[in-house]
Design a protein around this ligand. Sequence first.
Ligand code: SF4
Length: 323
Amino acid sequence: MQACPFRCIFCDQEKISGHLNIPVAEDVVQIIEKHLETIPATNSIIELGFFGGTFTGLPLHQQETYLNAAKPYLETGKISGIRLSTRPDFIDEEILDFLKKHHVKTIELGAQSMNDEVLKKSGRGHTTADIVAAAEKIVENSFRLGLQMMIGLPGDTMENAIFTAKRFVEMLAVDVRIYPLVVIKGTPLEKMYSSGKYVPLSLEDAVKTTSEVSKIFEAAGVNIIRTGLHPSEGLLNGDDLIAGPFHVSFKELVLTERWREIFSKIQKPENTSQISISVGGRELNYAVGYQASNKNLLLKTYQKVNFKIDESLKNREYHVNFY
Ligand code: SF4
């Protein structure tokens, strides 16, 4: 939040990112070294990310200090590029030129919603026109565009969320992150919640909305690189969490829902009592479901339910056999 001219009603970056101190250049080097040790050098695409605030709102010399800390790693090929997050109203041609010179490849915008009323109620301090203008400049300047959206903002609806996702696709987002809104201690949203002016989504509704939105991104070939909040210590132990749909396995719940919906449409042929379902290896756990919920649901219809891996299948592709 160091560079933020506004305070979004939901934000307390310290609690969300789990970091209380703003890193100095030496910290950046240390973080890179520590992580490089754990990442296999072969078959890895290693990027450095600056997240948790408005990077391009920082004074230029501070941005430069951070970016220069990464320079030796870029020159030796240990890191292939840099990505960062910022606000849509902190993007202009000059900033983009500067970022390009410093090997930034991906710029993620905290867009949150493509509904102006929702942005206003959330205290974002920018409009949807700002998002569109920034996204266009980013794409025109050959950066990869990332867009972040939130589910359950004040005034938000399922229809708004779907509209936001469709607009993200039209704006040529390559990567997206989907965050369900939770009420964090000490934020303006907490006051709204306490006075009854804000009602968070239930976990079930947040999962349902995210599931619908994820279908749009998946169909358009947009990478969903994050579903759910980063589980910082304060969220995990509940110290910072006042209310809202926080769940450590949020992504798993969403993908479980995607598969539940698919399985609910399968018609059981007469004179069969067993079902065998093949899915891609990466989908097996989600197809079986969080705490085997999908399998247990199928067991209400079939005496035996068997899941198999078929690596030729991707995403939500599947084969089914009945016995
Ligand atoms: S722009 Fe981002 S970091 Fe700044 S207050 Fe809003 S959510 Fe927090």
